[in-house]
Design a protein around this ligand. Structure first.
Ligand SMILES: [Fe+2]
Length: 302
């Protein structure tokens, strides 16, 4: 795992107090309005909806998508990539155990932990222990790659790596099979810390391999275009987390149009998938937006 940038080190010291936007714009940015979240939480508790929303966090589903590419090397035809992210695990008693049970029957080849393991910006023992529980289950079944999200401390990345996860912080990992290669490019958080460095991540790549970009947030999409990324997989948005019936998200905490906030999308020729993730931030509830284990099946299009 590469060391994180000076910028991220400094912002991590501020433990979430750094505003994403200064001035009057910061006053109306959802992620900077803790006071409003607390009022909504009180309202939900008063109306009896809080418990329902909390229960919804345990209603995982497996979202499978088959994605075909003309340039996917034959050796990787049928590769199954599992993505789980955004646990925000501390307030969710029992979630780690439920998730482990849901993961057991799923067949996959490689697993990716997409970041935001913690709920709080300070790293707590409970976040570490519960993340370890999920991670060990995945590690017992094969290679696991990991990213840092905007709720994570560098120390969490070091712990994940010590447990056996290959952390990708502005770096790539090359998979080889039958003499063919595929590149996994992982970048640091581009949402809050803005410490992504895609140019550095792809600098060492020889030739023109099939490239999968792993990013905590879809806000990387425009920077990804010049790097000839074949597939971009991300999370962070929680699919809106609290949606209207039918799944429309009134709030998406990412500077991207809503069509990139969940599920499959295309952006100027690049295929992408944004996972709704597992947990919840702000208020630990979900409505009309089930938590998701993502399973992408990559196929050769010939
Ligand atoms: Fe996030």
């Amino acid at each position: 795992m590469r060391p994180i940038s000076e910028k991220r080190i400094e912002l991590e010291r501020q433990t979430g107090k750094h505003k994403l936007r200064g001035g009057w714009k910061g006053l109306f940015r959802w992620e900077d309005m803790d006071w409003l979240e607390r009022q909504i939480e009180k309202g939900l508790r008063f109306c009896g909806f809080y418990r329902l929303g909390f229960r919804n966090l345990f209603d995982f589903c497996v979202e499978e998508a088959e994605l075909s590419f003309p340039n996917l090397p034959d050796a990787f035809d049928g590769l199954r990539l599992l993505w789980v992210s955004d646990f925000h695990i501390e307030p969710l008693d029992g979630l780690a155990e439920s998730l482990v049970e849901s993961l057991r029957p799923i067949r996959y080849d490689i697993a990716v932990l997409g970041g935001d393991y913690a709920f709080h910006y300070d790293l707590t023992e409970i976040a570490v222990e519960r993340t370890r529980q999920i991670t060990e289950t995945l590690l017992s079944r094969g290679a696991v790659y990991g990213l840092l999200g905007n709720h994570d401390r560098y120390e969490m990345g070091l712990l994940l790596e010590a447990w056996g996860v290959r952390m990708l912080v502005n770096e790539e990992a090359v998979l080889e099979k039958d003499g063919q290669t595929l590149s996994l490019v992982g970048i640091d958080d581009c949402h809050y810390y803005k410490s992504d460095d895609l140019a550095a991540a792809v600098a060492g790549l020889d030739g023109d391999p099939f490239r999968i970009l792993l990013s905590h947030s879809p806000e990387i999409i425009n920077k990804a275009l010049p790097c000839r990324i074949d597939l971009c997989v991300c999370g962070h948005t929680h699919g809106g987390q609290v949606c209207l019936p039918g799944g429309y998200p009134p709030v998406v905490c990412a500077s991207v149009p809503r069509r990139y906030a969940k599920g499959l999308w295309r952006h100027n020729g690049m295929t992408g998938y944004t996972s709704r993730g597992i947990g919840a931030s702000g208020i630990p509830v979900r409505f009309c937006c089930r938590p998701e284990i993502t399973l992408l099946n990559l196929r050769c299009l010939r």
